[in-house]
Write a protein that binds this ligand. Structure first.
Ligand SMILES: C[S@@+](CC[C@H](N)C(=O)[O-])C[C@H]1O[C@@H](n2cnc3c(N)ncnc32)[C@H](O)[C@@H]1O
Length: 386
Protein backbone atom coordinates (compact mmCIF):
# COMPACT_ATOMS: atom_id res chain seq x y z
CA UNK A 1 0.00 0.00 0.00
CA UNK A 2 1.19 3.54 -0.66
CA UNK A 3 2.61 5.50 2.25
CA UNK A 4 0.93 8.87 2.51
CA UNK A 5 2.92 11.01 4.94
CA UNK A 6 1.26 14.32 5.65
CA UNK A 7 3.00 17.68 5.70
CA UNK A 8 1.28 18.83 8.94
CA UNK A 9 3.91 19.15 11.70
CA UNK A 10 3.67 17.49 15.11
CA UNK A 11 2.21 20.02 17.62
CA UNK A 12 4.38 21.38 20.43
CA UNK A 13 4.01 20.04 24.00
CA UNK A 14 2.07 23.16 24.98
CA UNK A 15 -0.36 22.71 22.09
CA UNK A 16 -0.84 19.03 23.00
CA UNK A 17 -1.68 20.03 26.60
CA UNK A 18 -4.28 22.50 25.28
CA UNK A 19 -5.86 19.79 23.05
CA UNK A 20 -6.02 17.45 26.06
CA UNK A 21 -7.69 20.12 28.22
CA UNK A 22 -10.15 21.05 25.44
CA UNK A 23 -11.11 17.40 24.89
CA UNK A 24 -11.58 16.78 28.65
CA UNK A 25 -13.90 19.79 28.81
CA UNK A 26 -15.89 18.78 25.72
CA UNK A 27 -16.32 15.25 27.12
CA UNK A 28 -17.62 16.53 30.44
CA UNK A 29 -21.42 16.35 30.78
CA UNK A 30 -21.31 19.31 33.20
CA UNK A 31 -19.40 21.48 30.70
CA UNK A 32 -21.85 20.52 27.95
CA UNK A 33 -24.83 21.52 30.13
CA UNK A 34 -23.19 24.83 31.05
CA UNK A 35 -22.24 25.66 27.44
CA UNK A 36 -25.81 24.94 26.30
CA UNK A 37 -27.31 27.15 29.03
CA UNK A 38 -24.82 30.05 29.00
CA UNK A 39 -26.15 32.71 26.51
CA UNK A 40 -22.77 33.62 24.87
CA UNK A 41 -21.94 29.95 24.08
CA UNK A 42 -25.50 28.68 23.48
CA UNK A 43 -25.53 29.19 19.70
CA UNK A 44 -22.13 27.52 19.30
CA UNK A 45 -23.19 24.59 21.50
CA UNK A 46 -26.31 24.09 19.37
CA UNK A 47 -24.29 24.16 16.15
CA UNK A 48 -21.91 21.56 17.58
CA UNK A 49 -24.82 19.37 18.70
CA UNK A 50 -26.37 19.62 15.25
CA UNK A 51 -23.04 18.74 13.55
CA UNK A 52 -22.56 15.73 15.82
CA UNK A 53 -26.17 14.63 15.33
CA UNK A 54 -25.73 14.85 11.54
CA UNK A 55 -22.68 12.57 11.82
CA UNK A 56 -24.65 10.05 13.84
CA UNK A 57 -27.67 10.18 11.53
CA UNK A 58 -25.92 10.51 8.14
CA UNK A 59 -26.86 7.03 6.95
CA UNK A 60 -30.56 7.71 7.62
CA UNK A 61 -30.39 10.89 5.53
CA UNK A 62 -28.72 8.99 2.68
CA UNK A 63 -31.45 6.35 2.72
CA UNK A 64 -34.18 9.00 2.63
CA UNK A 65 -32.46 10.36 -0.46
CA UNK A 66 -32.30 6.86 -1.96
CA UNK A 67 -36.03 6.34 -1.33
CA UNK A 68 -36.80 9.63 -3.13
CA UNK A 69 -34.60 8.63 -6.07
CA UNK A 70 -36.04 5.11 -6.32
CA UNK A 71 -39.61 6.40 -6.17
CA UNK A 72 -38.70 9.16 -8.67
CA UNK A 73 -40.12 11.77 -6.29
CA UNK A 74 -38.01 14.56 -7.80
CA UNK A 75 -39.20 13.72 -11.32
CA UNK A 76 -42.81 13.58 -10.13
CA UNK A 77 -42.43 17.05 -8.57
CA UNK A 78 -40.61 18.53 -11.56
CA UNK A 79 -43.74 20.08 -13.06
CA UNK A 80 -44.90 21.60 -9.78
CA UNK A 81 -46.07 20.79 -6.25
CA UNK A 82 -48.44 17.90 -5.61
CA UNK A 83 -50.79 16.67 -2.90
CA UNK A 84 -49.50 13.79 -0.79
CA UNK A 85 -52.42 11.57 -1.87
CA UNK A 86 -51.58 12.08 -5.54
CA UNK A 87 -47.90 11.24 -5.01
CA UNK A 88 -48.86 8.18 -2.97
CA UNK A 89 -51.10 6.94 -5.76
CA UNK A 90 -48.37 7.46 -8.37
CA UNK A 91 -45.68 5.62 -6.40
CA UNK A 92 -47.74 2.84 -4.82
CA UNK A 93 -46.94 3.94 -1.24
CA UNK A 94 -49.67 4.52 1.34
CA UNK A 95 -50.45 8.23 1.97
CA UNK A 96 -49.01 7.84 5.48
CA UNK A 97 -45.72 6.45 4.19
CA UNK A 98 -45.48 9.09 1.47
CA UNK A 99 -46.20 11.87 3.98
CA UNK A 100 -43.48 10.52 6.31
CA UNK A 101 -40.98 10.45 3.44
CA UNK A 102 -41.84 13.94 2.15
CA UNK A 103 -41.73 15.48 5.62
CA UNK A 104 -38.33 13.91 6.26
CA UNK A 105 -37.07 14.95 2.83
CA UNK A 106 -38.26 18.53 3.47
CA UNK A 107 -36.00 18.82 6.52
CA UNK A 108 -33.09 17.88 4.26
CA UNK A 109 -34.09 20.48 1.60
CA UNK A 110 -34.87 17.72 -0.86
CA UNK A 111 -38.56 18.67 -0.92
CA UNK A 112 -40.46 21.70 0.40
CA UNK A 113 -43.85 21.96 2.05
CA UNK A 114 -46.15 24.04 -0.16
CA UNK A 115 -49.46 23.62 1.65
CA UNK A 116 -51.09 21.65 4.46
CA UNK A 117 -50.59 18.32 2.66
CA UNK A 118 -48.75 19.44 -0.45
CA UNK A 119 -45.03 19.30 -1.37
CA UNK A 120 -42.79 20.71 -4.09
CA UNK A 121 -39.12 20.34 -5.00
CA UNK A 122 -36.62 21.64 -2.45
CA UNK A 123 -33.31 23.23 -3.40
CA UNK A 124 -31.33 19.98 -3.26
CA UNK A 125 -34.05 18.00 -5.04
CA UNK A 126 -34.10 20.58 -7.82
CA UNK A 127 -30.29 20.65 -8.11
CA UNK A 128 -30.16 16.88 -8.19
CA UNK A 129 -32.37 16.79 -11.29
CA UNK A 130 -29.85 18.92 -13.18
CA UNK A 131 -26.78 17.00 -12.01
CA UNK A 132 -26.38 14.37 -14.72
CA UNK A 133 -25.78 10.90 -13.34
CA UNK A 134 -26.23 11.75 -9.67
CA UNK A 135 -29.35 9.58 -9.35
CA UNK A 136 -27.37 6.68 -10.83
CA UNK A 137 -24.54 7.30 -8.32
CA UNK A 138 -27.01 7.35 -5.42
CA UNK A 139 -28.41 3.99 -6.56
CA UNK A 140 -24.85 2.69 -7.04
CA UNK A 141 -24.11 3.56 -3.39
CA UNK A 142 -26.12 0.53 -2.30
CA UNK A 143 -22.97 -1.47 -3.14
CA UNK A 144 -20.70 0.83 -1.12
CA UNK A 145 -23.05 0.79 1.86
CA UNK A 146 -23.27 -3.00 1.74
CA UNK A 147 -19.45 -3.09 2.00
CA UNK A 148 -19.54 -0.53 4.81
CA UNK A 149 -22.10 -2.44 6.88
CA UNK A 150 -19.19 -3.66 9.01
CA UNK A 151 -16.56 -0.92 8.59
CA UNK A 152 -14.07 -2.49 10.98
CA UNK A 153 -14.14 -5.78 9.08
CA UNK A 154 -13.66 -3.80 5.87
CA UNK A 155 -10.62 -2.03 7.30
CA UNK A 156 -9.16 -5.19 8.82
CA UNK A 157 -9.21 -7.36 5.71
CA UNK A 158 -8.11 -5.74 2.47
CA UNK A 159 -7.98 -9.07 0.65
CA UNK A 160 -11.64 -10.06 1.07
CA UNK A 161 -13.81 -9.59 -2.00
CA UNK A 162 -16.35 -6.76 -1.74
CA UNK A 163 -19.37 -5.65 -3.73
CA UNK A 164 -17.35 -2.72 -5.09
CA UNK A 165 -14.33 -4.85 -6.05
CA UNK A 166 -16.71 -7.10 -8.02
CA UNK A 167 -18.33 -4.07 -9.68
CA UNK A 168 -14.96 -2.50 -10.68
CA UNK A 169 -13.69 -5.80 -12.02
CA UNK A 170 -10.33 -4.39 -13.23
CA UNK A 171 -9.36 -3.26 -9.74
CA UNK A 172 -8.37 -6.76 -8.61
CA UNK A 173 -8.10 -8.79 -11.77
CA UNK A 174 -4.51 -9.85 -12.55
CA UNK A 175 -5.38 -9.92 -16.27
CA UNK A 176 -7.95 -7.14 -16.79
CA UNK A 177 -7.32 -7.26 -20.54
CA UNK A 178 -9.32 -10.49 -20.68
CA UNK A 179 -12.44 -9.18 -18.93
CA UNK A 180 -15.62 -9.74 -20.97
CA UNK A 181 -18.24 -7.11 -21.76
CA UNK A 182 -20.50 -8.47 -19.00
CA UNK A 183 -17.94 -7.35 -16.41
CA UNK A 184 -17.17 -3.92 -17.79
CA UNK A 185 -20.59 -2.81 -19.06
CA UNK A 186 -22.15 -1.65 -15.77
CA UNK A 187 -19.22 0.50 -14.64
CA UNK A 188 -18.70 1.88 -18.13
CA UNK A 189 -22.34 2.99 -18.27
CA UNK A 190 -22.17 4.55 -14.81
CA UNK A 191 -19.04 6.49 -15.75
CA UNK A 192 -20.57 7.69 -19.02
CA UNK A 193 -23.70 8.85 -17.15
CA UNK A 194 -21.64 11.08 -14.86
CA UNK A 195 -19.27 12.38 -17.52
CA UNK A 196 -21.00 15.59 -18.68
CA UNK A 197 -20.10 17.49 -15.51
CA UNK A 198 -16.52 16.19 -15.60
CA UNK A 199 -15.93 17.17 -19.23
CA UNK A 200 -17.36 20.64 -18.65
CA UNK A 201 -15.07 21.21 -15.64
CA UNK A 202 -11.97 19.95 -17.48
CA UNK A 203 -12.55 22.00 -20.63
CA UNK A 204 -13.16 25.12 -18.54
CA UNK A 205 -9.87 24.54 -16.72
CA UNK A 206 -7.69 23.49 -19.67
CA UNK A 207 -7.97 25.13 -23.08
CA UNK A 208 -7.35 22.45 -25.69
CA UNK A 209 -8.12 24.69 -28.68
CA UNK A 210 -4.49 24.74 -29.86
CA UNK A 211 -3.73 21.08 -29.25
CA UNK A 212 -3.54 18.66 -32.18
CA UNK A 213 -4.52 15.27 -30.82
CA UNK A 214 -5.93 14.07 -27.50
CA UNK A 215 -5.35 10.52 -26.22
CA UNK A 216 -7.75 9.74 -23.37
CA UNK A 217 -6.25 6.87 -21.38
CA UNK A 218 -8.80 4.78 -19.47
CA UNK A 219 -11.29 6.70 -21.57
CA UNK A 220 -14.19 4.30 -20.92
CA UNK A 221 -17.08 4.44 -23.38
CA UNK A 222 -15.70 7.60 -24.97
CA UNK A 223 -18.10 10.12 -23.40
CA UNK A 224 -15.23 12.46 -22.44
CA UNK A 225 -13.63 12.13 -25.87
CA UNK A 226 -16.95 12.75 -27.62
CA UNK A 227 -17.40 15.92 -25.55
CA UNK A 228 -13.84 17.00 -26.48
CA UNK A 229 -14.59 16.33 -30.15
CA UNK A 230 -17.73 18.47 -30.00
CA UNK A 231 -15.99 21.30 -28.15
CA UNK A 232 -12.75 21.37 -30.19
CA UNK A 233 -13.65 20.64 -33.83
CA UNK A 234 -10.04 20.45 -35.08
CA UNK A 235 -8.81 18.03 -32.40
CA UNK A 236 -7.96 14.46 -33.44
CA UNK A 237 -9.12 11.89 -30.93
CA UNK A 238 -7.60 8.68 -29.53
CA UNK A 239 -8.80 6.42 -26.72
CA UNK A 240 -7.07 3.62 -24.84
CA UNK A 241 -8.95 1.24 -22.54
CA UNK A 242 -9.50 -2.45 -21.93
CA UNK A 243 -10.45 -4.39 -25.09
CA UNK A 244 -14.05 -4.99 -23.96
CA UNK A 245 -14.46 -1.30 -23.11
CA UNK A 246 -13.11 0.08 -26.40
CA UNK A 247 -15.78 -1.89 -28.28
CA UNK A 248 -18.35 0.18 -26.41
CA UNK A 249 -16.37 3.39 -27.09
CA UNK A 250 -16.24 2.67 -30.81
CA UNK A 251 -20.03 2.45 -30.94
CA UNK A 252 -20.53 5.67 -28.95
CA UNK A 253 -18.00 7.66 -30.99
CA UNK A 254 -19.56 6.42 -34.24
CA UNK A 255 -23.04 7.39 -32.97
CA UNK A 256 -21.65 10.87 -32.20
CA UNK A 257 -20.45 11.16 -35.83
CA UNK A 258 -16.80 11.04 -34.74
CA UNK A 259 -15.73 7.75 -36.33
CA UNK A 260 -13.47 9.57 -38.86
CA UNK A 261 -11.70 11.65 -36.21
CA UNK A 262 -11.31 8.97 -33.52
CA UNK A 263 -9.07 5.90 -33.18
CA UNK A 264 -9.54 3.45 -30.31
CA UNK A 265 -6.89 1.11 -28.87
CA UNK A 266 -7.64 -1.89 -26.66
CA UNK A 267 -5.09 -3.16 -24.17
CA UNK A 268 -3.95 -3.34 -20.56
CA UNK A 269 -2.11 -0.17 -19.58
CA UNK A 270 -0.27 -2.05 -16.84
CA UNK A 271 1.53 -4.14 -19.44
CA UNK A 272 1.03 -2.55 -22.87
CA UNK A 273 2.66 0.63 -24.25
CA UNK A 274 0.45 3.62 -24.95
CA UNK A 275 0.00 4.45 -28.64
CA UNK A 276 2.11 7.41 -29.89
CA UNK A 277 0.75 10.27 -31.98
CA UNK A 278 -1.06 12.49 -29.46
CA UNK A 279 0.32 15.78 -28.10
CA UNK A 280 -2.08 15.69 -25.15
CA UNK A 281 -2.78 12.73 -22.87
CA UNK A 282 -5.60 12.77 -20.35
CA UNK A 283 -6.25 10.55 -17.36
CA UNK A 284 -9.82 11.28 -16.27
CA UNK A 285 -10.83 9.57 -13.00
CA UNK A 286 -8.18 6.93 -13.65
CA UNK A 287 -5.08 7.47 -11.47
CA UNK A 288 -6.93 7.43 -8.12
CA UNK A 289 -7.96 3.84 -8.90
CA UNK A 290 -4.36 2.64 -8.72
CA UNK A 291 -1.50 2.39 -6.28
CA UNK A 292 1.60 4.57 -6.65
CA UNK A 293 3.72 2.01 -8.50
CA UNK A 294 1.09 1.57 -11.24
CA UNK A 295 0.52 5.34 -11.48
CA UNK A 296 4.23 6.03 -11.83
CA UNK A 297 4.61 3.40 -14.56
CA UNK A 298 1.56 4.79 -16.34
CA UNK A 299 2.85 8.36 -16.22
CA UNK A 300 6.25 7.20 -17.53
CA UNK A 301 4.43 5.46 -20.40
CA UNK A 302 2.57 8.71 -21.11
CA UNK A 303 5.83 10.68 -21.06
CA UNK A 304 7.30 8.13 -23.50
CA UNK A 305 4.35 8.46 -25.89
CA UNK A 306 4.31 12.29 -25.97
CA UNK A 307 6.33 14.66 -28.22
CA UNK A 308 8.49 17.46 -26.69
CA UNK A 309 5.56 19.92 -26.68
CA UNK A 310 3.27 17.32 -25.09
CA UNK A 311 1.11 17.85 -22.03
CA UNK A 312 -0.60 15.52 -19.61
CA UNK A 313 -3.93 16.30 -17.94
CA UNK A 314 -4.99 14.51 -14.74
CA UNK A 315 -8.61 15.12 -13.73
CA UNK A 316 -10.13 13.43 -10.68
CA UNK A 317 -11.36 14.06 -7.15
CA UNK A 318 -8.38 14.79 -4.92
CA UNK A 319 -7.81 14.99 -1.18
CA UNK A 320 -6.86 17.99 1.00
CA UNK A 321 -9.30 20.35 -0.75
CA UNK A 322 -9.71 23.31 1.63
CA UNK A 323 -13.30 23.24 2.88
CA UNK A 324 -14.00 19.88 1.25
CA UNK A 325 -11.78 17.55 3.26
CA UNK A 326 -14.45 14.92 4.07
CA UNK A 327 -15.17 14.40 0.35
CA UNK A 328 -11.51 13.47 -0.21
CA UNK A 329 -10.26 11.58 2.81
CA UNK A 330 -13.58 10.23 4.13
CA UNK A 331 -15.72 9.57 1.05
CA UNK A 332 -13.21 8.77 -1.69
CA UNK A 333 -10.76 7.32 0.84
CA UNK A 334 -13.30 4.74 1.99
CA UNK A 335 -14.80 4.25 -1.46
CA UNK A 336 -11.43 3.29 -2.94
CA UNK A 337 -10.54 1.21 0.10
CA UNK A 338 -13.76 -0.77 -0.42
CA UNK A 339 -12.95 -1.06 -4.12
CA UNK A 340 -9.60 -2.54 -3.01
CA UNK A 341 -7.37 -0.38 -5.14
CA UNK A 342 -5.97 3.15 -5.18
CA UNK A 343 -6.42 6.20 -2.99
CA UNK A 344 -7.40 9.85 -3.35
CA UNK A 345 -4.22 11.92 -3.59
CA UNK A 346 -3.55 15.54 -2.71
CA UNK A 347 -2.23 17.54 -5.69
CA UNK A 348 1.28 17.49 -4.15
CA UNK A 349 1.39 13.67 -4.36
CA UNK A 350 0.49 13.86 -8.04
CA UNK A 351 3.13 16.55 -8.61
CA UNK A 352 5.73 14.21 -7.07
CA UNK A 353 4.65 11.28 -9.28
CA UNK A 354 4.57 13.48 -12.40
CA UNK A 355 8.03 14.84 -11.65
CA UNK A 356 9.38 11.33 -11.00
CA UNK A 357 7.97 10.30 -14.39
CA UNK A 358 9.91 13.12 -16.09
CA UNK A 359 7.21 15.78 -16.46
CA UNK A 360 7.88 19.49 -15.84
CA UNK A 361 5.83 22.28 -14.23
CA UNK A 362 3.08 20.18 -12.61
CA UNK A 363 0.34 22.51 -11.37
CA UNK A 364 -3.34 22.80 -10.54
CA UNK A 365 -5.68 24.42 -13.05
CA UNK A 366 -8.54 25.91 -11.01
CA UNK A 367 -11.93 24.21 -11.34
CA UNK A 368 -15.30 25.56 -10.25
CA UNK A 369 -16.14 22.56 -8.05
CA UNK A 370 -12.80 21.45 -6.58
CA UNK A 371 -14.55 19.29 -3.99
CA UNK A 372 -15.76 17.03 -6.77
CA UNK A 373 -12.95 17.36 -9.29
CA UNK A 374 -9.52 18.92 -9.56
CA UNK A 375 -7.29 19.18 -12.62
CA UNK A 376 -3.50 18.91 -12.61
CA UNK A 377 -1.48 19.52 -15.77
CA UNK A 378 2.20 19.01 -16.53
CA UNK A 379 4.41 19.41 -19.59
CA UNK A 380 7.10 17.35 -21.29
CA UNK A 381 9.63 20.12 -21.99
CA UNK A 382 8.23 22.84 -19.75
CA UNK A 383 7.44 25.28 -22.55
CA UNK A 384 4.00 24.19 -23.75
CA UNK A 385 1.20 26.71 -23.43
CA UNK A 386 -2.38 25.73 -22.72
C1 LIG B 1 -13.15 5.01 -13.23
S1 LIG B 1 -13.16 4.60 -14.91
C2 LIG B 1 -13.04 6.19 -15.69
C3 LIG B 1 -13.56 6.17 -17.10
C4 LIG B 1 -13.51 7.54 -17.80
N1 LIG B 1 -12.19 8.08 -17.90
C5 LIG B 1 -14.43 8.51 -17.11
O1 LIG B 1 -13.99 9.38 -16.37
O2 LIG B 1 -15.65 8.38 -17.29
C6 LIG B 1 -11.53 3.91 -15.15
C7 LIG B 1 -11.28 3.41 -16.56
O3 LIG B 1 -9.96 2.85 -16.61
C8 LIG B 1 -10.02 1.66 -17.36
N2 LIG B 1 -8.93 0.77 -16.91
C9 LIG B 1 -8.73 0.29 -15.67
N3 LIG B 1 -7.66 -0.54 -15.64
C10 LIG B 1 -7.17 -0.56 -16.91
C11 LIG B 1 -6.06 -1.22 -17.50
N4 LIG B 1 -5.27 -2.02 -16.78
N5 LIG B 1 -5.83 -1.01 -18.81
C12 LIG B 1 -6.64 -0.19 -19.56
N6 LIG B 1 -7.71 0.46 -19.03
C13 LIG B 1 -7.97 0.27 -17.72
C14 LIG B 1 -11.36 1.07 -17.02
O4 LIG B 1 -11.80 0.11 -17.97
C15 LIG B 1 -12.24 2.31 -16.98
O5 LIG B 1 -12.80 2.59 -18.22
Amino acid sequence: MDAAPHSVKRPSGLAERWFALRNRMLASARFQRLAAAFPPTRALARRRTRALFDLVAGFVYSQILLACVRLKVFDLLADGPQEVDALAARTGLSPDAMRRLLEAAATLDLTERRGPDRFGLGIHGAALRGAGGLAEMIEHHTLLYADLADPVALLADREKETALSRFWAYARDPRPGTLPDAQVGAYSQLMAATQAFVAHEVFSAVKLGRRRCLLDVGGGEGAFLAAAGARFPKLSLMLFDLPAVVGRAEARLAAAGLADRAAVFGGDFRTDALPPGADTISFVRVLHDHDDATVLALLKAARQALPPDGIVVVAEPMSDVPGGEPAGEAYFGFYLWAMKSGRPRPPEALYALLTAAGFARPRLQPTKNPILLQVVVAEVDGSSRI
